[in-house]
Design a protein around this ligand. Structure first.
Ligand code: NCD
Length: 322
């Protein structure tokens, strides 16, 4: 794998393969010294043009556990046009000698532009491009669901027939888009639940079913329910009357959570707006995968960095568990 730009580049076999490598990486995390020498001498640059806590730290932890060097660039919005500032920054960093660039950018398509422009020679991993995609988030979500369903017997399995309901601000969510495509490649049945104002035009062409009532969706008792953050920073208009109203109609409050089957998994990509799209009762429950998602994110990013930096060249995985 040369780059990871979109989950739409992954078929079922490729996606299951990444999840399986991440299983091996998760075993490393349980060791006394949770580190592999695999990427020794390689440099990974985190290029973050948008704010992030967990994704940036997770990529950093993943690179370090594979013994790579890590350099990190964080930039807030710039007045320079996005193409130019991305090109200049990427070329500057690439000139320092980097093997992979992990890019988060507010422009949809930025990662593909960087990978295919010829500006740089490094592998590119998309860590979120505008409202377009967030491939490693979808991979870690699929990994978390698979691990909860099958435990140590997860290897080689997809999510055939698993019913996943994604709720909330679909319009602004790259997490939702990546999940829709990846979950359907893995055989899951995806339902979206959102106010009409927060559904993208063209959702009719997605491999999903759409509901407009969260109570109906809860009463179906899905296998997993994924609550999305209300992405206020991307909202340029009034998409709903008030936060109070949103929480009442579209939030996983205590009452709705109480009606879900006890084994329905609750996911949220973070950061959570507690009391808005998700209640503390749901977020901190035994059904919640929120902290597993964070832990599994490191294993997924180790797998992806391994594949883009060592996988293609056939480099042996020194110290890699059998
Ligand atoms: C997501 C993102 O940035 O797209 N967060 C994350 O990566 N954990 C979702 C969000 O910000 O709501």
């Amino acid at each position: 794998m040369r780059h990871l730009l979109s989950v739409r580049d992954l078929d079922r076999a490729a996606a299951v393969g990444i999840l399986d490598i991440a299983e091996d990486m998760a075993e490393v995390a349980g060791r006394a010294v949770p580190k592999l020498p695999t990427l020794r001498g390689r440099t990974v640059a985190n290029l973050f043009f948008e704010d992030s806590t967990r994704t940036r730290l997770s990529f950093e932890a993943a690179a370090k556990r594979l013994s790579a060097e890590v350099i990190t660039f964080s930039a807030k919005g710039s007045s320079v046009s996005k193409g130019e500032s991305l090109k200049d920054t990427a070329q500057t960093i690439a000139a320092m000698g980097v093997d992979a660039i992990v890019l988060r950018h507010s422009a949809s398509g930025a990662a593909r532009v960087l990978a295919e422009s010829g500006w740089i020679d490094a592998a590119v991993v998309n860590a979120g491009d505008g409202t377009h995609e967030h491939p490693t988030q979808a991979l870690l979500d699929a990994f978390s669901i698979r691990a909860r369903l099958h435990g140590p017997g997860s290897r080689g399995r997809d999510l055939h027939g698993v019913r996943v309901t994604i709720v909330g601000d679909i319009l602004h969510s790259r997490v939702a888009r990546s999940n829709v495509w990846l979950l359907s490649s893995l055989g899951a049945r995806v339902t979206l639940v959102a106010p009409a104002t927060l559904l993208p035009v063209g959702v009719g062409a997605w491999p999903v079913r759409v509901l407009h009532d969260l109570d109906d969706a809860v009463d179906e008792g899905p296998d997993a329910i994924m609550m999305l953050r209300v992405q206020a920073e991307r909202m340029t208009a009034a998409y709903f009357p008030s936060e109070r109203e949103y929480g009442r109609v579209w939030g996983l409050d205590g009452a709705r959570f109480g009606r879900l089957p006890a084994d329905t998994m609750v996911l949220h990509p973070g950061p959570m707006n507690r009391g808005l799209e998700i209640s503390t009762a749901a977020a901190d429950s035994a059904a919640s995968l929120v902290l597993s998602q964070v832990a599994n994110g490191v294993s997924i990013r180790m797998a992806v960095l391994y594949l883009v930096l060592a996988g293609a060249s056939g480099t042996a995985m020194d110290g890699f568990p059998a």
